[in-house]
Design a protein. Structure first.
Length: 441
């Protein structure tokens, strides 16, 4: 017969306590508890950070413009030649531009042909391509004075050459960044009482046919006129498909790439770069030509997943910054240093009695490497609150599991299942009695 307090009875009681603590305890049966601490991770396990990405300056997306307008095919000049294009002693016609800040044009409209010549009366087509307006005016004067003097009183004849309408470049901008990402809960408004989540990403492709004036036919101007610079919903690069667009019959604008564009020359213009990374785009590549397509692609949704003591859901990662493990726990509504708060609140009880419930502090991140291997990463939230180096950033596809440590689970079990009540008499007299009660833990 075993006496009370014998070694055999004590061992049996300890075994019963251990069995009670470990039966169904996720902190003990956690299959990913043997992970790699953050401080021991190899560099390749951290993945690529977004923290050091910076936006490309707007000046880098704008090619330098020449100091003066150079005449080219498609320009419409205003030409006044007294006695030839215009009456002698008369005033030349003046045309105010409909839009823009260009000065008024003077003279009769003369288009510049595809071969760069201007059709002028009494002379052969005159080559003006590549000249400035003052140079073109001198060329016209020379053509009418040499070798034949076609103007009477040529020394005083008025010849004026101005720009009525600059040439335009027809381009197409296709954008997929007009949509958005929507997340919702299938079981409630959020928190630990919700089960499941819904995720949807909408992509609304839009096409913008643009006619850009000369020297405004650059990438930055095309993006500005089609809705502004790409935001967080867009990828970090813009594609220019050189000469891949031909306007469809009837003026219809496609909302997707036309057939055959896969053979077009593709110029990739990055919008964000890492420190020291060069912008491998020439200034002339940013100048758009007739038939170019500017394509802005939507960013595919980057998600991370939660489980354990966190609600089982999928959550989006920010597109332009890193999200560390503490921020992620806060984002998904998980417990963080809130001992004594019953997050389940199933019985209507908010504050627990006694010592309360220790906050779970063990996070396991399941991460898949580029090689295809999966590693469990162990993060102590208590350590991460004090050491920023422990605040590892989440990556797309990570699974974040929150569990209690064995000590935290044991404290929760003892607090929930063991109560020590003691009553004592504080005051006793013939008039009244006072009795106090102490409950531990």
């Amino acid at each position: 017969m075993n006496r009370p307090g014998s070694p055999l009875r004590i061992a049996a009681a300890a075994a019963a306590l251990v069995a009670a603590l470990t039966s169904g305890c996720a902190a003990v049966t956690n299959p990913v508890a043997d992970g790699i601490p953050v401080r021991r991770l190899p560099p390749e396990a951290f993945g690529e950070s977004k923290a050091d990405l910076s936006a490309v300056s707007l000046a880098a997306l704008t090619p330098p413009a020449p100091p003066a307008h150079l005449i080219g095919p498609g320009d419409t000049l205003g030409v006044f030649i007294e006695g030839v294009l215009g009456e002698r002693g008369g005033q030349p016609p003046v045309r105010i531009p409909e839009q823009g800040s260009a000065p008024p044009g003077i003279g009769f409209p003369i288009p510049i042909r595809e071969d760069g010549t201007a059709p002028l009366p009494l002379i052969d087509p005159l080559k003006l391509e590549g000249l400035t307006l003052p140079q073109a005016q001198d060329r016209v004067r020379e053509a009418y004075l040499k070798p034949k003097k076609l103007l009477a009183d040529s020394d005083k004849a008025r010849i004026i050459v101005t720009l009525l309408r600059p040439r335009q470049y027809h381009v197409l901008v296709l954008r997929e960044d007009a949509g958005g990402t929507t997340f919702g809960s299938a079981g409630g408004l959020g928190g630990f009482g919700s089960t499941g989540a819904t995720f949807s990403q909408t992509r609304r492709a839009a096409g913008y046919p643009l006619d850009l004036p000369a020297y405004e036919n650059n990438l930055l101007n095309a993006l500005t006129r089609s809705g502004g610079l790409p935001g967080a919903e867009a990828q970090d690069e813009v594609l220019i498909l050189r000469g891949a667009y031909q306007p469809a019959a009837g003026g219809q604008v496609p909302d997707a790439l036309p057939a055959g564009t896969e053979k077009a020359l593709t110029i990739r213009v990055p919008l964000r770069l890492r420190p020291g990374e060069p912008l491998n785009v020439r200034p002339e590549d940013l100048v758009l030509q007739n038939g170019d397509i500017v394509q802005v692609k939507a960013r595919s949704g980057e998600l991370f997943y939660t489980g354990g003591l966190l609600p089982p859901r999928a959550f989006p990662l920010p597109a332009d910054r890193d999200l560390d493990v503490i921020e992620a726990v806060i984002l998904v509504g998980g417990p963080l240093i809130n001992g004594g708060l019953n997050t389940n609140n199933l019985s209507g009880q908010i504050v627990q009695t006694g010592l309360g419930f220790p906050s779970p502090s063990q996070v396991t991140i399941l991460r898949r490497l580029k090689s295809g291997a999966q590693i469990p990463i162990i993060v102590s939230l208590n350590r991460a609150m004090k050491d920023p180096r422990e605040r590892i950033a989440l990556r797309a596809g990570d699974v974040m599991l929150l569990q209690s440590t064995v000590g935290e689970a044991g404290a929760q079990y003892l607090t929930s299942n063991f109560r020590f009540n003691s009553a004592y008499q504080a005051i006793r007299s013939r008039f009244f009695n006072s009795v106090g009660t102490v409950t531990l833990p």
